[in-house]
Design a protein around this ligand. Sequence first.
Ligand SMILES: [Zn+2]
Length: 257
Amino acid sequence: MSGPLSRLKAWHRERKLERVRPERRDFDRTVSRFPILHDLPSTALDALFERSTEILAGKDFFGAAGLDPSHDDLLDVAVLAALPILSLDIDWYRGFHTFILYPGEFVAEVEEMTEDGLIHTGPEIRAGEAWAHGPVVLAMEEVRRSGQGQGFNVVAHELAHQIDQLNGDMDGYPPLPKHMDRQQWAQVFSAAWQRLQDELDHDQEPSLDPYAAESPAEFFAVATETYFDTPGWLHDQHPDIYAQLDHLFQISKWFRN
Ligand SMILES: [Zn+2]
């Protein structure tokens, strides 16, 4: 496509990116706050810089509960959000337009069905939340605890939910790139899901954060969080899951050349 309209669109897009593109030294300072980014080769960091800029340009950021998000807050979120789509593209975030940022953990009203079939609505403390086709809600305190290489990454977790629901329900079955085998994905995740259920049933040490056992959607989100935060650990503990997630997110390719 190279008609006048697409040239105009490209021009607008470039102007918008220029307006929000952070200073490189501010980006570098953000990267320094998150140890999981320290080993990325410089080519990957350059790509992360561009991807973060696309996120700043394409998404809205709102504060909640009295938070007026600072430029550093926006950069923390944009840089961590850029990592899952570093080897993909911004289109993988087409399912939402807005980040809502709370200063700390927030209270969400949740509906829950009890064993007797009644639906209760009640408060629940959250570090993050991904609504169906709605905003990504994050607590900044938890964002800053993410990406430390300790297995916790609320940004990767909530964005995994967003990617999961691109093809319909949040069910742990995201759209897969053409080079991936859907059946193999299902087999690997079902087996790991079963293993975690068995471990919990038998009071054994769980091989993944037990929160993953809540639902296949949470399993995928927790596994994704682990893939980005403690990849070496996931590779050793769950080589099959690591391989599937690496086919999807393709982070290891940056280290190959
Ligand atoms: Zn979740």
